[in-house]
Design a protein. Structure first.
Lengths: 259, 263
């Protein structure tokens, strides 16, 4: 398999075309993401980050331009269940217990009951909720629910992970733990990740490249290369990590200043 | 567990006992005449002396109510599925159903007698079916369609088709709405059956027992029949609650206040 994991070409997305509330969420966006790359999208609220992810996941159709995933149309990639998505809101099903929520995508892929339950146990350990498989989502806190949603997206080891502010609802320590786990999984599976965050340090810590978006209409303002190499917990105190964070921060300032 | 159940049951039991006591005492002390408001003890006396007639009447009326309930629920649910599957049908039928639902359907009882015959039970059952059908249809259709867009998006991200979405999302989402309708129509079916019996059908039912006794100024006996009717209605309501509890275990957990805010 050669070629890009994600190829976004000249994409524009207009909501409510022709109506009074017409919004151009994204305009003239080009981006190529290589297989195995970790790319973060960052930018002010409302600049089109979630829209960007939905276009890659073919949950929205672009108004103009095209999106290809693993060399096929985004639609085909969705049909082939090539990606796992973590939404901005956990979106667990109230009527399924936590383990059954994690097993849903596996069920739809026809996994056996035994395999499913083994996998959901592994996943619950991973997100540090080993004792909560039998609970219902409403018995969990918001952050715990978000971790279940992450476990659900990781459960089938997708080739592409689309994550919309997945750690936003977590406390600092859990967040750092989840960041470490995500990097470990990324390393082990070689999956491609497109990650949305509001956190400058998170973007610098996790990714190979940080895509900085500017609002109204959403455009790619600049792309910051992060040359940190392999991460460990020590990276958080590495001067080069601070330099990378500073670079992202300056790019964001430039967006705010409208330059 | 037992102590908890007792704590739940105690307040209504105490209130009920106080209510009946005040009724009995009030009628005696104020000297209200029995034909205006019989004392609970007189009603009780009628209940025991006329028990075979009342039991038969309650059973038969209950059968009308339950058979009408079953048919009305099945029809309502089927049409709800049908309309949510076909959006254009939905847009045509739902406003109509809402309008029909707002008309007092029991008023149709005399007309149903002309359609389905005045001597048999069919016209009575038809009234119950008509009363039950609309709330079940409207609520179920609402539950099947008012699904959070995020949940549909998630299913699309799994390349799930409409049938899978129906099974995994829409049906579980509709259950609380359906349960609400059930709670509403279970006692309503008894009311509909009795009102229908006022206008026609066999003469040994609760509705007739009430009208004939009231006609002869035997108000205590009429009240005894009413007591039987409310017992039947209560039994159906309790069954609806029980079904709701066993079919939706996830609603029993966690914040109790939260479960009342949802439909
Ligand atoms: N379904 C929709 N219909 C109409 N407008 C939409 C829709 N989804 C998004 N928008 C608009 O598109 C723009 C971008 O929204 P989007 O959700 O992508 O922003 P975001 O960068 O994810 O913001 P946040 O950081 O707050 O999550 C906003 O102006 C929003 O109002
Ligand atoms: Mg967003």
């Amino acid at each position: 398999m050669n070629g890009a994991a994600v190829e976004v070409m000249g994409v524009e997305k207009v909501f409510g075309r022709g109506s009074e509330e017409e919004v151009t969420a994204l305009s003239g966006v080009d981006l190529t993401i290589a297989p195995g790359e970790f790319v973060t999208l960052i930018g002010p609220s409302g600049c089109g980050k979630s829209t960007f992810l939905r276009l890659i996941g073919n949950l929205l159709e672009p108004t103009a331009g095209s999106v290809e995933v693993f060399g096929k149309s985004a639609h085909q990639a969705r049909m082939d269940q090539d990606y796992g998505m973590v939404f901005q809101h956990a979106g667990l099903f109230d009527w399924r217990r936590v383990a059954a929520n994690i097993e849903l995508p596996l069920e739809l892929r026809g996994w056996s009951k035994a395999d499913r339950s083994d996998r959901s146990k592994e996943m619950l350990d991973l997100v540090k909720l080993p004792d909560f498989g039998g609970h219902y989502p409403r018995q969990l806190s918001g952050g715990m629910q978000q971790r279940v949603a992450i476990a659900r997206a990781l459960s089938f080891e997708p080739r592409l992970l689309l994550m919309d502010e997945p750690f936003g609802a977590l406390d600092e320590m859990t967040r750092e733990h989840m960041q470490g786990e995500l990097l470990r999984i990324w390393h082990e599976t070689g999956t491609t990740v497109v990650f949305v965050t509001h956190s400058i340090s998170e973007s610098a810590f996790l990714s190979n490249r940080v895509v900085v978006l500017s609002p109204r209409p959403g455009r790619i303002h600049s792309i910051v290369e992060i040359g940190l190499g392999e991460r460990s917990e020590d990276t958080r105190e590495d001067p080069r990590f601070f330099e990378a964070s500073t670079e992202v921060r300056e790019a964001l300032r430039a967006v705010e200043d409208g330059s | 567990m037992n102590a908890g159940r007792l704590r739940v049951l105690m307040p209504p039991l105490v209130t009920g006992a106080l209510f009946i006591g005040a009724w009995e005492g009030g009628v005696r002390v104020l000297g209200i005449r029995e034909f205006l408001l019989p004392r609970p003890t007189s009603i009780w006396a009628q209940l025991t002396s006329q028990w075979p007639t009342l039991r038969h009447a309650g059973w038969e009326t209950g059968r009308i109510a339950v058979s009408g309930l079953v048919v009305g629920i099945i029809a309502g649910v089927l049409l709800a599925f049908f309309t949510t599957r076909f959006r254009t049908v939905n847009e045509g039928i739902t406003p109509l159903a809402v309008a029909v639902n707002a008309t007092p359907i029991v008023a149709l009882a005399p007309i149903f007698n002309a359609w389905f015959g005045i001597t048999g039970t069919l016209s009575n059952q038809a009234v119950v079916v008509a009363v039950v059908f609309f709330p079940v249809f409207i609520n179920t259709a609402k539950g099947l369609t008012e699904v959070h867009p995020d949940e549909i998006e998630l299913m699309h991200s799994y390349a799930a088709g409409e049938w899978t979405i129906l099974r995994e999302v829409r049906i579980p989402n509709a259950l609380p709405f359906f349960a609400n309708a059930l709670r509403l129509v279970a006692p309503l079916s008894v009311i509909a059956a009795i009102v229908a019996e006022y206008f026609g059908g066999p003469q040994d039912r609760i509705g007739n027992v009430i009208t004939s006794n009231a006609g002869f100024a035997r108000y205590d006996a009429a009240w005894a029949a009413i007591a039987v009717a409310s017992a039947v209605g209560l039994a159906l309501f309790a069954t609806a609650l029980l079904l709701e509890r066993v079919s939706m275990p996830w609603r029993l957990v966690g914040g109790e206040s939260e479960s009342t805010t949802k439909p």
